[in-house]
Design a protein. Structure first.
Ligand code: FMN
Length: 247
């Protein structure tokens, strides 16, 4: 089994140390930590080219594709951020922006992921909710998220031990999920965006070329699966309500 951790901290302190402890606690697992700060990973220019024309047309030439390859090679992803000003770090936000086209054309339906934050007070809930949201729109199957509290200055031993125990428990659940391989069933939260993106991709096939190519041969969902009849009907009704606004 291979786990990839992406660390979105601009320094190698609490978040990095927490990931090192996790790696050391699971010696039998092939565990790689990728620090965004060490990479050539430029800020998104907001040109929207990846969404419209396809990700291979991104004008930024850097290590984005290496990150994507490592995500594709791993069975599970731990996405780790410090909480800065009640949210994810700017580096994690930039990762989501640079991979923003995946919200239109998700890829990672066969992969599992866990969001993790380190913080010293408030804001973890919002940051984790946002990370889980982005990972799920990229297609990942989610394990419960992990919040670790770090006090400024020297941490009491008992707090460190508590963080280690919490981390081990959370990562064990992620590993068990990967071993079981049980994927999420298509939910309305996924079927409705699927329907909308597919519909929009057909409105202007040239403008939305990348989305059109992605959706044109797909059926009821991103991949072959049986969606219960009642779910399809509800999703269709709710989708129609939303797309009426496009007309
Ligand atoms: C600019 C900045 C803003 C922060 N904002 C918050 C916050 O809103 N909530 C919180 O709980 N901790 C906040 N913290 C504390 C960090 O989340 C905490 O120390 C974290 O473990 C730092 O991880 P790092 O060592 O990987 O940077 C902030 C720290 C910095 C530097």
């Amino acid at each position: 089994m291979k786990l990839l951790a992406i660390c979105g901290s601009p320094r190698k302190r609490n978040t990095c140390n927490a990931l090192n402890l996790i790696r050391d606690a699971f010696p039998g697992i092939d565990f790689e930590i990728l620090h965004l700060i060490d990479l050539d990973f430029k800020p998104c220019k907001g040109c929207y080219t990846c969404v419209l024309k396809g990700e291979s047309n991104c004008p930024l030439k850097d290590e984005r594709d290496m990150i994507l390859e490592k995500m594709a090679e791993a069975d599970g992803l731990i996405l780790a951020s410090p909480v800065y000003s009640h949210m994810v770090s700017a580096m994690i936000k930039n990762l989501f922006e640079r991979l923003g086209y995946l919200a239109h054309r998700p890829l990672f339906f066969n992969k599992f992921a866990m969001s993790m934050v380190t913080c010293s007070g408030y804001g973890a809930e919002e940051a984790l909710k946002y990370m889980d949201k982005m990972l799920s729109v990229f297609g990942f199957n989610l394990a419960p998220s992990l919040e670790l509290q770090f006090r400024p200055g020297k941490m009491p031993e008992k707090n460190t031990l508590l963080n280690i125990e919490k981390s081990k428990r959370a990562v064990k659940i992620l590993i068990e999920k990967i071993e079981k391989g049980k994927k999420n069933k298509p939910s309305l939260k996924m079927i409705i965006p699927y329907n909308i993106f597919k519909y929009v991709s057909e409105l202007d096939k040239e403008l939305m070329k990348a989305d059109y190519d992605y959706y044109k041969d797909k059926g009821d969902y991103y991949y072959e699966t049986n969606i219960p009849f009642y779910k399809k009907i509800i999703a269709k009704k709710l989708t129609n309500k939303i797309i009426r606004q496009f007309d």
